[in-house]
Design a protein around this ligand. Structure first.
Ligand SMILES: C[S@@+](CC[C@H](N)C(=O)[O-])C[C@H]1O[C@@H](n2cnc3c(N)ncnc32)[C@H](O)[C@@H]1O
Length: 280
């Protein structure tokens, strides 16, 4: 039984990059028990065999959906929004020096979408005149999760976790009792896509990447490869925001650490160190 569990853990790592440690075996058992039953599989050995065969795509998607952790909320770690609005956007604008600058943001591993919606709402609040120049690509490996994000419908419970009350009336339309949909204007600047950080090609020329609370599921090697690809996806002088428990410093020397309040963020190859000293 234990061999089969390790085999499954290995198959999950191959497919998603997620390293499950032995302490997480109980998690696999609780998350996958109904899939075992639904597909008439007797144990994890059969489950990992079917998963690795890969011919039943729906089955694979279901397993990936289950083994990934989608915890998120609106305006998670509030200080990052201060950093985006007060430092990152003004500095991107200063760097671009264009009349009508386009700003390209990638919210990688965005789960059910609260992160990119929060970014879009905060930019709309602070820079309404810039809003049409912003494009946000929001991605996640898990199919149902990214579909939910795309739908933009949230329960009162999800709304209650972090969304300032004033934003509900302004940026959401009621759908039915206790359900609210992000309005069309906010949704119009976000493109949601299924994307695997381990295998799929990355976008390029990003001005800001948020890749939050996912790298800590990866082992050192996958994390190194993730940060390497993220670095290539960014323009010079562009920005990266990780989760508060994550850091790129061990993996790349090409970023400087910036701080804004409680938020730590990273700037790639800054060409203007004085701005950093002045602004941090
Ligand atoms: C804890 S959530 C973080 C959501 C959001 N970034 C936040 O900080 O609130 C982690 C997300 O990473 C996604 N994920 C895990 N492995 C991934 C991979 N290889 N490629 C893309 N997304 C992945 C999961 O599906 C999950 O939705």
């Amino acid at each position: 039984m234990l061999d089969a569990t390790f085999e499954l853990m290995d198959a999950i790592k191959q497919a998603t990059g997620i390293s499950l440690t032995e302490e997480k075996i109980y998690l696999l058992e609780s998350r996958l028990s109904d899939i075992l039953a639904d597909y008439n599989l007797s144990d994890f050995g059969q489950l990992s065999k079917k998963f690795k065969e890969g011919s039943d795509l729906e089955f694979r998607e279901r397993v990936i959906e289950r083994v990934t952790t989608h915890e998120t909320r609106f305006f998670r770690d509030e200080s990052i929004f201060g950093a985006i609005l007060e430092r990152i956007i003004p500095e991107i604008l200063e760097r671009k020096q264009q009349k009508d600058p386009k700003i390209k943001i990638w919210s990688a591993a965005c789960s059910t979408g609260q992160e990119p919606y929060s970014v879009a709402i905060s930019i709309h609040e602070r820079y309404p005149h810039l809003f049409k120049n912003i494009s946000i690509t929001a991605t996640d490996i898990a199919k149902d999760t990214i579909e939910k994000a795309k739908g933009g419908v949230f329960s009162a419970f999800e709304i209650g976790r972090g969304l300032p009350e004033a934003h509900l009336a302004k940026y959401f339309d009621p759908v039915s009792k206790g359900l609210y949909r992000v309005n069309d204007e906010i949704r119009s600047i976000i493109e949601f896509k299924q994307h695997n950080l381990i295998y799929d090609p990355y976008p390029s020329g990003c001005d800001l990447i948020l890749c939050r609370n996912v790298s800590y599921y990866f082992d050192q090697q996958e994390r190194k490869s993730l940060f390497n690809k993220i670095e290539k996806a960014l323009d010079q002088d562009s920005f990266l925001i990780l989760g508060s428990a994550e850091s790129i410093s061990e993996y790349s020397k090409n970023f400087i650490i910036r701080e804004f309040g409680l938020c730590r963020f990273y700037e790639l190859n800054p060409s203007n160190f004085t701005l950093f000293i002045k602004g941090a």
